[in-house]
Design a protein around this ligand. Structure first.
Ligand code: SF4
Ligand code: FES
Length: 257
């Protein structure tokens, strides 16, 4: 296949970036999109030019690091797939492909296609864990979990923290990501003890990081490589409202007592 790539190049976070055009040839349809970038980078290095910087690690849809917009779509045109799982057979010979980094104030561009997603880490640090001692690994039958709860927890736990939901959202909201983390732990007995504090802490951290609010547009669900459902946000909102009510309902202390 012969393709024309238009790639965002930006040497430093402060520099003004621009799209640069690169023709590429002899691309096999079974190559992954990251392999296409590898081929391009090898040719750039051979010519003494700077290779295109992009994030990647597992190359099998697990780590969530291969974040990039491809022709305006987060992770490209294949549904339920990350960029590393996208194959060149999804494109046609002669296509022009535009490749850009995630665009969101909470994900500043570091270099070319690499952006800083440590804002996600800080949201997790605010409460995306179980702090109480839950003991050793329990026997499978000792802690019964209803099947629907187990399914819901597993679905939510499949979030890989890639940030595509933020990149696709016109409000740059990370609500799908936060809801997946909150929903995963809220569905299991081990996570329920801190359920109220967790949802308030994580939503507050989300807002502090500069992510926008969810307005039910649904772009996040459409691009999520792990098919996290929009309903996950509804469950988180329910928990958040209940937590706010319970905080308001705190008994007023009698100062004279
Ligand atoms: S919810 Fe989906 S799109 Fe968002 S970070 Fe998790 S896996 Fe990525
Ligand atoms: S490189 Fe790990 S999900 Fe793509």
């Amino acid at each position: 296949m012969k393709l024309t790539l238009h790639i965002w190049r930006q040497p430093t976070p402060q520099a003004t970036g621009r799209m640069v055009t690169y023709p590429v040839d002899h691309i096999a349809p079974d190559m992954s999109f990251l392999e296409l970038l590898d081929v391009l980078n090898e040719s750039l290095i051979a010519k003494g030019e700077e290779p295109v910087a992009f994030d990647h690690d597992c190359r099998e849809g697990i780590c969530g690091s291969c974040a990039m917009m491809i022709n305006g779509q987060a992770h490209g045109p294949e549904r339920g797939a990350t960029t590393c799982q996208l194959h060149m057979r999804s494109f046609r010979d002669g296509d022009e492909i535009y490749v850009e980094p995630w665009r969101a104030a909470a994900f500043p561009v570091l270099r070319d296609l690499v952006c800083d997603r440590t804002s996600f880490e800080r949201v997790i640090q605010a409460g995306g864990y179980v702090a109480v001692n839950t003991g050793g690994t329990p026997d499978g039958n000792a802690l019964p979990v209803p099947k629907p709860d187990a399914e819901r927890a597993m679905d939510a736990a499949s979030c890989i923290g890639c940030g595509a939901c933020v990149a696709a959202c016109p409000n740059a909201s990370a609500m799908l990501f936060v809801a997946a983390k909150v929903g995963h732990l809220a569905s299991l007995p081990q996570g329920r003890t801190e359920r109220t504090e967790r949802v308030v802490a994580m939503v507050s951290a989300h807002d502090r990081e500069g992510f926008g609010h969810c307005t039910n547009i649904g772009e996040c669900e459409a691009v999520c490589p792990k098919s996290i459902r929009l309903g996950t946000i509804a469950l988180m909102n329910r928990d958040f409202i209940k937590a706010s009510w319970s905080q308001r309902a705190e008994p007023v202390k009698n100062e004279s007592a």
